[in-house]
Design a protein around this ligand. Structure first.
Ligand code: BTN
Length: 260
């Protein structure tokens, strides 16, 4: 005899993120689709555009985001975070990555957030995020938060350097809808903390799960290789690395490369 365990995960009554989910069979990119819908329709705060297949999924710095149709999660969330000043836009990255972390940490060991907003397990990339903000009067008027998480794909064909999926890591098949609903609840949790002004708690949790935190590793910046320890992230989202000399350097995205 066996007991079938079914984990129910209904959206909370007051949940904003994911209350309204638009399911799409095939789009170029859910971020493109969400951006075009923003222009022509009045969208509900927290609307989610979920695609079974993307023909031209976009990654950071114009890379292609590989995802086999139906095997993974590829979706975009639209929010209207008018309460976030543009100088604090990295708070959104923190909220989103922490929400994903909260949803996935029970499934795999060694889950980390790799600055600025990758989801890592060990030295492999499980997911990535592409946030596109539109600004008005130095506040974020709307934000399209594109999320790709590798769930059941076992072979990756593109030249992405180090992809991994939940299935590769655990040898188990996952229910994408179940994982989606857990991720949306996780992001909703941190998004409402942010709305409530709980930035200190968010910062503390974000730092505590940072990849390579307080460990000695090699980095490349300005054509120089150096050894240092990540000690945190400042309020404008720059990565802080302490060199062996004690000097602390700050970096914007793409100004520093992680070497192993
Ligand atoms: C990265 O390069 O790490 C960011 C990847 C973001 C991929 C997701 S998949 C859903 C959404 N639509 C896109 O075209 N990109 C994002």
């Amino acid at each position: 005899m066996y007991v079938l365990k079914i984990k129910f995960n209904f959206a909370k009554m007051d949940q904003i993120i994911g209350k309204h989910i638009i399911r799409l069979q095939k789009v170029e990119s859910t971020n493109n689709y969400a951006n075009s819908q923003l222009k022509v329709n009045k969208l509900q705060d927290g609307s989610v555009f979920l695609a079974y297949e993307q023909s031209n999924g976009r990654g950071q710095t114009n890379n292609f985001w590989e995802s086999e149709p139906g095997k993974n999660l590829t979706f975009s969330i639209v929010v209207f975070p008018y309460f976030i000043d543009i100088r604090r836009q990295f708070m959104l990255s923190k909220v989103v990555t922490l929400g994903i972390y909260k949803a996935l940490f029970e499934y795999v060991d060694d889950l980390r957030i790799k600055w600025p907003n990758d989801i890592y397990v060990g030295n492999k990339k499980l997911g990535g995020i592409l946030i596109e903000n539109s600004i008005m009067n130095s506040l974020i008027k709307s934000s399209v938060i594109g999320i790709g998480i590798n769930i059941n794909q076992t072979a990756f064909l593109s030249n992405a350097p180090n992809p991994v999926s939940l299935k590769i890591l655990t040898n188990q098949q996952f229910d994408c809808e179940q994982v989606l609903s857990e991720i949306l609840s996780g992001i909703d949790f941190y998004y409402s903390l942010l709305k409530d002004g709980e930035e200190e708690q968010i910062d503390k949790e974000f730092i505590s799960v940072l990849y390579h935190l307080n460990e000695k590793h090699r980095y490349l910046a300005d054509q120089e290789v150096f050894e240092g320890e990540i000690i945190g992230v400042n309020e404008i989202g720059q990565l802080l690395i302490k060199k062996e000399t004690g000097e602390v350097l700050d970096f914007h995205f793409k100004e520093v490369e992680f070497l192993q």
